[in-house]
Design a protein around this ligand. Structure first.
Ligand code: PEP
Length: 263
């Protein structure tokens, strides 16, 4: 269902009216984790002022350590809904458990499936039935074929509004948190009609890599970019070192605006 053999034309997915797909270069930005109403609103305003059209923010956080901040849960979803009300930005947020899909879908405009759940087939199927677009991150050790098969699990449940997100894979290299697999963008676009975006924040894991990786992603034809921003990264409860601050976000948005997308 997600292959170009099934559907030759590349697809555009609409998230609360915002298109992602060929001919677009959608900027999705927001805090890694929703922490407080003030932090989320400030991050959203910073992102929107720079040109982002979709708001990201995690309320359910899949953390490596069980002792790390796990997210605010439903309280975080409510904050995201309030910030959407205030800014008009549709919300992208992660769901980590099949049992929470209905709850998260009742607040979100797009469901995010993270790298750790890229092959959680029950979750993928539940997301496919939720009636909301799905952003599917590539598993950190997943092949492109496995990623597309995961998308197939969503599609099989009747939902073809799927956006693929390359967020970096595990390699021998330790200088970056993950290795952004730039070639995955054109390869996935050749094999699948689904839009493909990149996450330079979670791949590099470091603020100074976000702009160069964004340039690289645009150069190979990504349909969008999802990034972390935070009004005060030094106090962030999750992934502060990769969050962009105000001036950086405007510079990145300018790159996104000025570099013409490959179609
Ligand atoms: C995220 O985007 O908040 C996240 C946890 O990303 P990933 O699943 O790519 O690690």
């Amino acid at each position: 269902l997600v292959s170009r053999e099934h559907h030759a034309e590349r697809s555009v997915v609409r998230v609360g009216g915002v298109p992602i797909g060929p001919g677009t270069m959608t900027l999705i930005a927001g805090p890694c984790a929703v922490e407080t109403p003030e932090q989320t609103l400030l991050a959203a305003q910073m992102a929107q002022a720079a040109g982002a059209t979709l708001l990201r923010g995690g309320a359910f956080k899949p953390r490596t350590s069980p002792y790390a901040f796990q997210g605010l849960g439903e309280a975080g979803l409510k904050i995201l809904a309030d910030v959407r009300e205030e800014t008009g930005m549709p919300v992208v947020t992660e769901v980590v458990d099949a049992n929470d899909v209905e709850l998260v879908a009742s607040y979100a405009d797009m469901l995010q499936i993270g790298t750790r759940n890229a092959q959680n087939f029950a979750l993928l199927q539940a997301a496919g039935e939720a009636g909301k677009p799905v952003m599917l991150k590539r598993g950190m050790s997943g092949t492109i074929e496995e990623w597309l098969m995961s998308a197939e699990y969503v599609a099989q449940r009747g939902n073809l509004d799927i956006v693929l997100c390359e967020r970096g894979i595990r390699t021998f290299e330790k200088a970056t948190r993950n290795t952004l697999d730039i070639s995955a963008v054109p390869v996935a676009q050749r094999l699948s009609h689904l839009p493909v975006i990149i996450d330079p924040s979670h791949s590099g894991g470091s603020r100074d890599l976000v702009l160069p990786l964004t340039r690289a992603g645009i150069a190979v034809g990504a349909d969008g970019v999802i990034i972390d921003v935070h009004p005060h990264p030094e106090t962030a409860l999750c992934d502060g070192p990769q969050a962009l601050v105000d001036g950086d976000v405007r510079e990145l948005a300018k790159i996104v605006r000025d570099l013409p997308p490959l179609v």
